[in-house]
Design a protein around this ligand. Structure first.
Ligand SMILES: Nc1nc2c(c(=O)[nH]1)N[C@H]1C(S)=C(S)[C@@H](COP(=O)(O)OP(=O)(O)OC[C@H]3O[C@@H](n4cnc5c(=O)[nH]c(N)nc54)[C@H](O)[C@@H]3O)O[C@H]1N2
Ligand SMILES: Nc1nc2c(c(=O)[nH]1)N[C@H]1C(S)=C(S)[C@@H](COP(=O)(O)OP(=O)(O)OC[C@H]3O[C@@H](n4cnc5c(=O)[nH]c(N)nc54)[C@H](O)[C@@H]3O)O[C@H]1N2
Ligand code: SF4
Ligand SMILES: [Mo]
Length: 741
């Protein structure tokens, strides 16, 4: 460490675990990162990605200034003013000529990892008034939003396992030892699982692969991919059938318990065993263990969501939590209460009392699905979004309402969504104008007419608006930018604000106008006095808005309190919150909502399906993150490679030796990848990671391009969706595998 080095705290934005880091900074360069031992939540934990913060931050391939497509069709560097002038000249004109639906918006995963990505997209969508909204959620957790919307009336009311106190965890289709957890924010997830075992608790993992997480488990069930909803239905059936179901104090908030019994009658362990390839006794044992545990939590993630019955599986996860009395009790699955959440509603005239212990919550608005549909295939909206798998057809199918301009923020759907070749062609040939807000020129942003690059994370402030809602412990932390904004850079919040002004005919107004409007709207919505606006502190628009959300939040905190506690403020363990969280029309938990009941016959039909001989599932590697971290040398290579994992029996049958190039084909196309023979995948299953395929020309990701890998999503044609949520089926895809010619 040289004499002019200093340290600064920074919450890691690279995954959902939100670890506190201590950055070492020399001049304006991050030269090191270690876990912040004083962080009240992560207590020093760090993983290889966090440790590579400096390399990722200083990646020379990151764009520094905007790119604009010139007359010659090539992208060239441009001034910020020119970039926004162009947006202001093109998007309003297209809206005027073709209506608001002509502009599509794509919001990708890192929006949940930046302040800007939380604070501004709602305003952008409000300004554009388009229904052509697509996000990474329909490649991910939309089934969970839909099931929570239907059960609890609020798509964002997602219970998380009480990891630190539970006696038994049933974990389905998640591999937190590689992913570090998702919809369950828990720094040092691996340590927390080991602690569960140490205190005498038990862990069951359901996963077709023997993952690092599965190796920690007391019981690993290598299910046939795509069959979890059947297995979970049989577990629920067993609980009811053996009189083990006991919701306890929850019972008074439940509607539909009797109907559930009838709805699940056909799903006996014997009936589902063949489809799941799990014997009936194991299913019965899972049910009995769940009921017998002093406390238990059922938790499902990617492998239970991005499948044909994703919404049903997500619903059944909470049905099991409810039937065993574990929903909303310590040690079970609880609703976190973040510092910027909406404060619990006060009981007003005409509403019923919402104090804990009273019978019902005030009736809410409920959750509606399918309020409109996509133009081409008629996919129903969910949570105001259309399936991202349908983005290409909304651009390349002619007709009124076609998407002609696209605003893409922090997304790389050419790799992360189905059929990248078709989408790539649609972006190239079907659009009149495209904007990308992205630090890289990658497979998607290379098609943009304007690329607006945010600064690297060291130059950005950080607050986890999203993940605090899924944290296993209530806490709050805020870190300011560790390094001042470099000359010529623009803060991502300002990029978003200027973008909003440019598309809404207010080009040239100060970006603070957007924040002022947001503050005013928030005060009106909260019924708070307008004078509060003058009391807000903070050195930027986003800080003032954070201050406001904290003040209006359930703990009545302020920005100044966060600044005074750079390692965070502990807000205590998760607490029961029912019925106050409920927003259903009945004010009760609606255990068997109508759309779910209507989808059960499809699950029943799956009992008779002949399983495909070979299906593909995904996997994540600890040193990766979706499609954009393959450009950091220290994270690349080793076991972080794009191989087709295949069981020795399947490899022998198909004539593949380890390292041979395998050809994989499915409905959307064919790709090639080296075979990696391993018995960690069950037979009948092959596995490829996603986010690879960095071989397209015109990108600027030199490290990634040197080891491109293959794009697994090219196997998909975009037609296979979980119908209730519009989520793409990314797991349990029938494939054929042959040795490549
Ligand atoms: N086959 C298969 N496909 C999958 C999955 C799978 O399991 N299997 N997983 C799916 C899941 S869960 C997800 S969430 C999606 C993710 O898919 P996407 O939402 O497309 O996200 P990424 O691939 O992470 O790409 C993120 C983009 O954001 C940019 N970026 C990085 N940091 C910032 C920043 O600070 N600001 C801005 N503006 N941009 C930034 C990156 O350069 C990159 O272009 O992929 C999905 N695709
Ligand atoms: N290192 C790393 N961390 C990440 C990411 C990353 O790309 N890399 N991405 C981040 C994102 S955006 C997300 S959403 C989270 C996801 O977090 P996780 O859900 O924990 O993600 P995965 O590691 O993909 O784990 C999914 C598991 O489901 C299994 N699976 C596949 N199909 C089925 C099935 O049909 N049934 C069952 N029971 N299991 C199945 C797979 O074998 C895999 O082990 O991770 C986040 N963290
Ligand atoms: S676990 Fe996630 S948040 Fe923690 S250091 Fe690693 S990437 Fe960052
Ligand atoms: Mo995700």
């Amino acid at each position: 460490m040289s004499h002019d080095s200093r340290t600064a705290p920074r919450i890691c934005p690279l995954c959902e675990a939100t670890c506190g880091l201590t950055l070492t900074i020399e001049g304006t360069t991050v030269t090191g990162a270690r876990g912040d031992r004083d962080d009240i939540f992560s207590r020093g934990f760090i993983c290889p990605k966090g440790a590579s913060f400096g390399g990722l931050d200083a990646d020379p391939d990151r764009l520094r200034v905007p790119l604009v497509r010139g007359e010659d069709g090539e992208l060239r560097e441009a001034a910020w003013g020119e970039a926004f002038d162009l947006i202001a000249a093109r998007i309003p004109e297209l809206v005027k000529a073709h209506g608001p639906q002509a502009v599509g918006v794509v919001l990708g995963n890192p929006n949940v990892h930046t302040m800007a990505g939380f604070l501004y997209p709602p305003l952008l969508l409000g300004a554009l008034r388009t229904r052509n909204v697509f996000t990474a959620s329909t490649l991910d957790q939309m089934p969970k939003h839909v099931s929570s919307g239907l059960l609890f009336g609020d798509a964002h009311a997602i219970p998380v396992p009480d990891l630190d106190r539970t006696g038994h965890l049933l974990l389905i289709g998640a591999n937190p030892l590689e992913s570090n957890g998702s919809l369950c924010t828990a720094p040092d997830f691996p340590g927390r699982l080991k602690a569960l075992r140490r205190r005498g608790g038990t862990l069951t993992v359901i996963d077709p692969r023997r993952t690092r997480t599965a190796r920690l488990a007391d019981r690993h069930v290598a299910i046939r991919p795509g069959a979890d909803a059947l297995l979970l239905a049989a577990v629920a059936h067993t609980l009811i059938d053996e009189k083990l179901a006991d919701p306890g104090p929850l019972a008074e908030h439940l509607d539909g318990l009797d109907e559930l019994d009838a709805a699940l009658a056909d799903f006996t362990p014997d009936a589902v065993a063949a489809a799941c390839d799990v014997d009936a006794d194991t299913i019965t044992a899972i049910a009995r263990e769940l009921a017998a545990a002093p406390t238990a939590a059922v938790y499902g993630r990617i492998g239970s969501c991005t499948v044909e019955h994703g919404t049903l599986a997500s619903w059944l996860v909470d049905v099991l939590n409810i039937l065993t009395g574990n929903l909303d009790r310590p040690g079970g699955a609880l609703f976190p209460l973040s510092a910027t959440a909406r404060a619990p509603r006060a009981a007003g005239p005409g509403t019923r009392n919402t104090e804990p212990g009273t019978r019902n919550a005030a009736p809410g608005k409920g959750f509606a699905l399918g309020r409109w549909s996509s133009r081409v295939s008629g996919h129903p909206e969910a949570k105001g979004e259309l399936p991202i798998a349908a983005l290409a057809e909304e651009i390349d199918s002619p007709g009124e309402g076609r998407i002609r301009a696209l605003v893409v923020i922090a997304a790389n759907p050419v790799l992360s969504a189905p059929d990248g070749d078709r989408l790539d062609a649609a972006l190239a040939d079907g659009l009149d104008f495209m904007v990308s807000v992205d630090p890289y020129l990658n497979e998607t942003s290379r098609r943009a007419d304007v690329v607006l690059p945010p600064p690297p994370p060291s130059q950005s402030a950080h607050f986890d608006f999203a993940f605090n809602n899924f944290a296993v412990h209530n806490q709050v932390r805020y870190t300011r930018a560790a390094v001042p904004l470099e000359d010529g850079r623009m803060d991502e919040s300002e990029i978003h604000a200027r973008l909003i002004l440019a598309v809404s005919g207010m080009h040239g107004a100060p970006p603070s106008a957007v924040d002022d409007l947001a503050v005013d709207t928030a005060l009106t919505r909260a019924g708070a006095p307008k004078e509060l606006a003058a009391e807000l502190t903070g050195e930027s628009g986003p800080e003032r808005r954070l201050d406001l959300l904290l003040r209006l939040g359930p703990y009545g905190l302020t920005l100044q309190q966060l600044l005074a506690n750079p390692h965070g403020i502990d807000l205590g363990p998760l607490k029961p919150r029912l019925p106050e969280v409920l927003r259903t029309r009945s004010g009760r938990v609606e255990l068997l909502p109508e759309p779910i009941a209507a989808d059960l016959p499809r699950l029943r039909r799956a009992l008779g399906d002949r399983p495909a001989p070979l299906v593909l599932v995904g996997r994540r590697h600890l040193r990766s993150n979706n499609s954009w971290m393959h450009n950091v040398g220290s994270l690349a290579g080793g076991s972080n490679v794009c191989t087709l994992q295949i069981h020795p029996d399947d490899a022998a049958r198909l004539g593949l030796a380890d390292g041979d190039t395998a050809r994989i084909e499915s409905s959307g196309g064919g790709i090639e990848a080296p075979a990696e023979i391993t018995d960690t995948v069950r037979s009948g299953v092959v596995s490829l990671p996603h986010g690879w395929g960095h071989s397209r020309p015109g990108t600027r990701m030199s490290v990634a391009a040197a080891h491109p890998g293959a794009n697994v999503n090219q196997l998909l044609d975009g037609t296979l969706l979980d119908p209730l949520s519009g989520t793409a089926v990314l797991n349990a895809i029938p494939v054929s595998v042959t040795p490549a010619q």
